[in-house]
Design a protein around this ligand. Structure first.
Ligand code: G4P
Length: 311
């Protein structure tokens, strides 16, 4: 689905990360445990090179525990990578410090303090995590995605420094399924997408592995075999989302679906497994390569002497 977001301070943040990463020992990437693949920034690996990486699957209290286990195993099998699940509001610094020390065992002590960079998309829980780690109000939290803060350094221990970067989304989504999942999760400002479309996409996915949760939460009969619009209509009726003439107010019904998903009212849900995301990514990469080839061909037709500089 088409999602129009403004990449905002992406270039600035990209530059800031590229600059900072030269003096960094471990990169912590906060991911949303409900959509770990879709919430990972594809630019990050390119920017941070071969730095050891700690993947933090945040909001694990909202995610399906069986699927979180699959994602943790997936990331822990990658070289120079560790992964932990987390509920940021209850975080303590010990597991972070331990995981970072395991990734960069030669760092530590006043002469060689551990230097860690924290990255993550908007609303993934960076401020909540940093507040919990420092136990104060140094990092500002807010629920409007896209608020950019200046890079800040936080001292977690005498020999352990953490740099926070502004949360940014990337300008173009390669995995077609990711846009809608990011919107459902709350990572994208609400003006950038159509809530009814996102709710229908969400219901379409939930009808597979989580049909029982949808039926239970909205007190519906079996939704098996129903079209997504019919499920949304049934939800609207159940929730009394009606407009004049008794017609269903689909917008209100969509808002109810998104609210129940985001707040955990539907239950613990994860919108992708590593296998599903791997297949979507491969598809997206193929489509992206084709798009680039078409662009290159167009450019060459217009100016046969030009060098291809499409990124
Ligand atoms: P950001 O800095 O990465 O942009 O995210 P931030 O910490 O502001 O968190 C975004 C929202 O996600 C906040 O909710 C925050 O409470 C919630 N959150 C962060 N970590 C977790 C977690 O591990 N589990 C759950 N369930 N929620 C988490 P909010 O509705 O915007 O604010 P509030 O109602 O908490 O005040």
């Amino acid at each position: 689905m088409a999602i129009q977001w403004f990449p905002g301070h992406m270039h600035l943040t990209r530059k800031a990360i590229a600059e900072r990463v030269k003096d960094i020992d471990v990169v912590i990437e906060l991911l949303d445990a409900r959509l770990p693949g879709s919430s990972a920034n594809p630019m990050l690996a390119e920017l941070t090179g071969h730095r050891p990486s700690l993947k933090v699957l945040n909001k694990e209290d909202l995610a399906d525990p069986a699927r979180t286990a699959l994602w943790l195993a997936h990331y822990n099998a990658l070289p120079d990578t560790r992964a932990i699940g987390l509920d940021a509001s209850h975080a303590t610094s010990a597991p972070f410090i331990d995981a970072c020390r395991a990734l960069a065992p030669l760092r530590g002590g006043m002469a060689k303090p551990m230097r860690v960079l924290v990255c993550g998309i908007p609303n993934v829980g960076k401020s909540t995590l940093i507040n919990a780690l420092v136990g104060g109000r140094k990092a500002k939290t807010g629920d409007e995605p896209g608020i950019t803060r200046l890079e800040q350094r936080i001292v977690l221990a005498d020999d352990f420094y953490l740099w926070d970067t502004p949360g940014v989304l990337w300008p173009r989504i390669i995995v077609a399924q990711s846009g809608s999942k990011l919107a459902a999760s709350g990572a994208i400002g609400r003006n950038a997408f159509d809530e009814q479309e996102v709710a229908l996409d969400l219901l379409a996915y939930l009808a597979g592995p989580y049909a029982g949760l949808v039926e239970a939460r909205f007190q519906l009969g079996s939704i098996e075999g129903l079209k997504d619009e019919e499920v949304l209509e049934a939800i609207g009726r159940r929730r009394g989302a009606l407009q004049s003439g008794g017609r269903i107010n689909f917008q209100k019904a969509a808002e109810a679906v998104l609210h129940e998903f985001r707040s955990g009212g539907l239950g613990r849900i994860t919108l992708e497994t590593p296998t599903e995301f791997g297949a979507w990514l491969a598809e997206g990469q193929t489509r992206d390569a084709e798009r680039r080839a078409r662009k290159r061909a167009r450019k060459n037709r217009q100016d046969p002497a030009s060098e291809d500089d499409d990124a």
